[in-house]
Design a protein around this ligand. Sequence first.
Ligand code: FAD
Ligand code: FMN
Length: 541
Amino acid sequence: MTVTATERPKLVTILYATETGASEDVAGALSREAEAADLTVTCQDVADFDPEDLDTLDVLLFVTSTTGEGEVPYTAEEFFEAVESEDCPDLSGIRYSVLALGDSTYEQFCEAGKRLDRALATAGAVRIQDRVDCDVDYEDTAAQWRGSVLAKLIGEEAAKPVAEAEIAGSVERSPRYEPLTACVTENRILTAPGSTKATRHIALEFVDEPPAYAPGDALGLIAHNDDGVVDALLKALSFDPAIQVPSNGRMISVASALAESYEICALTPRFIEGWSKLASSPGLEALQSDDKARIAFMHANHVIDVIRQYPISGLSAEEFISLLRPLQPRLYSIASSQRVTAREVHLTVAPVEYELHGEARRGVATGQLVLRAPVGSQVQVYIQPNEHFRPPAPTTPIIMIGPGTGIAPFRGFLQERSCETNRGKAWLLFGERNREFDFLYREELEGYLSDGILTRLDTAFSRDGSEKVYVQHRIAEHADDIVAWIDAGAHIYICGDAGMANDVHDAIVQALARSKQLDAGGAENILNTMRRAKRYQRDVY
Ligand SMILES: Cc1cc2nc3c(=O)[nH]c(=O)nc-3n(C[C@H](O)[C@H](O)[C@H](O)COP(=O)(O)OP(=O)(O)OC[C@H]3O[C@@H](n4cnc5c(N)ncnc54)[C@H](O)[C@@H]3O)c2cc1C
Ligand SMILES: Cc1cc2nc3c(=O)[nH]c(=O)nc-3n(C[C@H](O)[C@H](O)[C@H](O)COP(=O)(O)O)c2cc1C
C-alpha cells in the first residue's frame, strides 16, 4: 500500500547498505536535503543500526545496493534477517521508502531493494513512496526519488526550494571521486609460464601528491575502451569518427565518446529495448518479456554482436549514444601499504579474457591494463575507501582468507604489520589452481613466514591432486584451530569471489557448530556477534 503522508515526521531515519559507497553518497545527499528542509534527520550505515530498534522508527528511508548474485550487502545481512524473520515486530507505525541501487546486467537486478521493500510492507510498514530501482548511472533517478520522498514528507510546495537548491548545486554534493594521474611503474605476470592464468602485479605511482589510503581500500580505475572495439562499432554503424555528440555536458567526437565515456561492450536491457524498437526485430522484441532469455542473450552477445546481427541503416551517432550507459570505473583491492610503498599503489589483477562469436574478447579495464598500460604509461585513478575492511590493531590475531586475487588486500595488511615491532599472530589461507604456476607472491609470503610476520600459511591448490581442494576445505580440516584462534580473539577477513566467501562462511559455521556443539543458528549467532564487533569482515566481488 502506498499512502500520502499527512504528518510532518518527528524523526527521519536514513539507513544505507553499501559495498562500494554509492548508496552512502545518495543517503548523504538525502540527509543534507532533509536537513535543509528543517527535518530532524539521522543518517547511518545499517551496520551501526540495531534491528532491535526497528519498531521505534517514525520514517525510514533506506538506500541499498545489491551485491554478489542478487545478494544483500554484507553489512546489512543482520538487518535483513530481522525484517524478513517471522518474528519481526509489527511495523505499522513506520512510514518508509526504499531506493534500490543495482546493475541491470545482473540477472537479479536490485534484488536486495526488492526484498527489503517486500519485507517492510509485509511487516505492516506504510510505503510513502514507491521503490525506485536504479542502474549504475543512478544519479538522476536517485535525485528524483529523493525529491519525491521529500515532497511526500513535507508537501510538494515546501520541497520545491530544496529541489531547486539541489539543481543549483547549493545543497553540498559529495564528489564520488576525484581522478588522479598515476604512472605505471611495474606491470608483470605473477603466474609462471605453463599457468592457465596470467594474473598480474601492477604498481602505479601517483604523479602528484599521493592521496592517503589505508589497508583495505580499493583503487578505482577510470577505464578506457579498446580502440579496436571503437573502430569496429564506427565501421558497423558507418559513423564518421569526427561527428560531434554530447557527452557529460560538452560536445566531443563520437570516437572519443565511445572510447572514454560509454560502456560499449556489455549489453543492457535498455540497449536491447532501444535497438529492438529501431530494428523492428521480433527476435529482440521477444526478449522484452522473457527475463531468462534476455539475460542469456546478454551473456552471449556484446553491443557489436547485436549491431551485426540486427543491422539498422540511417541511425545517427547521437541516437546510438543515447542507448548506451556511462562507462563505470573498475575497482581493485589495493595490494600494498602506504607505509611501505609511499607514493605507489599495488594491484593484483586477473585479466578477463574469453571468446564470443569466434572472436577473442577482453574485459574493458583488464584489457587496458594488459594491452595498453606499459611501464611509463599513465592511467586515471581514485581511492575508494573501504571502512568495512580494516585490519585490527597490530597485536590482535588475524585470520585472512584470500584465494586468487583475494590475496591483494592481505599483502597490504602484511606490509602494514611488517612496520610494527609488536605483532599478533597472523594466519593466511591462500588458494589457486596449481602450486607450481599460481602461487602468487610465494617468495614474499614465505619471507613473511620466516620473519614471523605471518605465523601460519595454509594453501589449497585445486588442480594439484585428483580431488579439487579449496580454502573452505582447509578450514574444515583445521576447524579446531580456526575455533581456537576465534576464541583467542582473532579477527577473520575474507576477500575474493562471492561464491567462495559463502562457502568459507559455511565452513566456519560448521567448525563453530561442531566445536561448540551448537546448531547452525547458534554458530551463525557467534559470527553475527563477531560481525557487529568488526571481528568478521568480508570484501567480495
Ligand atoms: C571491491 C572490489 C574489489 C575488486 N578487486 C579486484 C582485484 O583485486 N583484482 C581483480 O582482478 N579484480 C578485482 N575486482 C573486479 C574488478 O573490479 C573488475 O570487475 C574485473 O577486473 C573485470 O573488469 P573488466 O573491465 O576487465 O571486465 P568487464 O569489461 O567488466 O567485463 C566483465 C564481464 O565480462 C563478461 N564475461 C566474462 N567472462 C565471460 C565469458 N566467458 N563469456 C561471456 N561473457 C563473459 C561478464 O559479463 C563479466 O561481467 C574487484 C571488484 C570489486 C567490486
Ligand atoms: C561484485 C558485485 C556484484 C553485484 N551484483 C549485483 C546484482 O546481483 N544485482 C544488481 O542489481 N546489482 C549488482 N551489483 C551492482 C551494484 O549494486 C551497483 O553497482 C550499486 O550502484 C553499488 O552500490 P554501492 O556502492 O552502494 O554498493 C553488483 C556490483 C558488484 C561490484
